[in-house]
Design a protein around this ligand. Structure first.
Ligand SMILES: NC(=O)c1ccc[n+]([C@@H]2O[C@H](COP(=O)([O-])OP(=O)(O)OC[C@H]3O[C@@H](n4cnc5c(N)ncnc54)[C@H](O)[C@@H]3O)[C@@H](O)[C@H]2O)c1
Length: 332
């Protein structure tokens, strides 16, 4: 099978590309290799993917917000399924550079839907986010809950992606599945995320910024569990049978939460990280950040019921593995 993976040099896209190659698929990878975080990490991920099977990994360095470039690069290339993970990620950066989110997440998502439509693909899976739940205080968050009050532009673009997708499933009957990821962490992760920043600072003996008095909770999901879930979803396109899908659509469009179903208190998370690093952290207390939410907690009943998804990695297992990888990658 020929799978187009956008954001293939990103954290989740690279891990997925490796697993697709390992199971025998051909991967067409797209990434703009932008410098939102150090592009050397993106290049290193690409080298790692190519080492699994360079002959079945075809990489295109391009911006999918540029439709002409996308069509030109993939002219005549067979695409059976798409996993659209490329996006401008990060909540806080959306306050600084909203235009990047409009381009990649709105224009780019519309382009990928058009591409899927014209190619008549079997299934397109795309990344949404737990941030669409905004400041909802009913927990755990269910795909049946309203998610109409985002608190950052990032979240609003992800919600808009879900709405655009619904219209494409309705008008063109393209099977689509949106995945609301909950704080993904692990080896080859993202330098802009708290677990990476904390690890870097703890190992350097610097204080770590902790917001809102540490009164924050996150559903942390290990990359291995995420990839198992994405593969299960990719292999089960929603049917065009008029039945109600997860998330409420009667079109071939499903929405799933993909989390660990455990909401960890930030200070407990830090304690696990301190023990993995073997260092007690100094804390730099900071107020709540604009755009941030106090709590995330995934209700994963829908994806468990439909696809048998079952996360198995606790932070007590996953964080020490990340710290070990971090030390090795940086030669520490
Ligand atoms: N990691 C998480 O905790 C998390 C949580 C919720 C949602 N998500 C979503 O999951 C997806 C993957 O996230 P990630 O953690 O791997 O992020 P990432 O930033 O590591 O990967 C995204 C990749 O997309 C590429 N990209 C961005 N805009 C592009 C464009 N216009 N054209 C081509 N490539 C482009 C970037 O260069 C990057 O390599 C994103 O859609 C993100 O919003 C991630």
């Amino acid at each position: 099978m020929q799978v187009l993976v956008t954001g293939a040099a990103g954290f989740i896209g690279a891990a997925l590309s490796e697993r697709l190659l390992a199971r025998g698929d051909t991967v067409i990878g797209i990434d703009s290799l932008n410098d939102y975080y150090d592009p050397r990490l993106k290049h290193a991920r690409l080298e790692r993917i190519a080492r699994i099977d360079g002959a079945r990994f075809h990489f295109h360095h391009l911006d999918f917000a540029d439709m002409a470039a996308l069509e030109e690069a993939l002219d005549g290339v067979q695409v059976d399924r798409i996993v659209h993970l490329g996006a401008q990620a990060g909540v806080r950066y959306s306050l600084e550079n909203p235009a990047a989110y409009v381009q990649s997440n709105l224009v780019g998502h519309a382009n990928m839907l058009e591409f899927a439509r014209h190619r008549g693909v079997e299934h397109m899976v795309y990344a949404s986010s737990s941030s669409v739940y905004g400041g909802n205080d009913k927990v755990p968050f269910s795909v049946d809950d309203r998610a109409d009050h985002p608190v950052s532009l990032y979240a609003a673009t992800k919600k808009a992606d879900e709405l655009m997708s619904e219209t494409y499933a309705h008008l063109y009957r393209i099977p689509l599945t949106g995945l609301r990821f909950f704080t993904v962490y692990g080896d080859w992760g993202r330098p802009d995320m708290a677990y990476w920043i904390f690890t870097k600072k703890i190992l350097a003996g610097e204080p770590i910024p902790v917001f809102h008095g540490g009164e924050m909770w996150r559903d942390f999901t290990h990359i291995d569990d995420i990839i198992a879930g994405v593969l299960a979803v990719l292999d089960h396109a929603p049917a065009d049978d008029g039945a109600v899908k997860a998330g409420g659509s009667v079109k071939p469009h499903a929405l799933y939460n993909i989390g660990n179903h455990r909401s960890e208190k930030l200070l407990d998370f830090i304690a696990v990280l301190e023990s993995a690093c073997g260092v007690k952290a100094a804390i730099d207390w900071q107020p709540m950040q604009p755009g941030d939410v106090v709590r995330t907690y995934a209700d994963i009943a829908a994806i468990q019921r439909d696809l048998g998804y079952q996360p198995t990695t606790s932070i007590e297992q996953g964080l020490p593995r990340f710290v070990q990888w971090y030390r090795e990658y940086h030669g520490l």
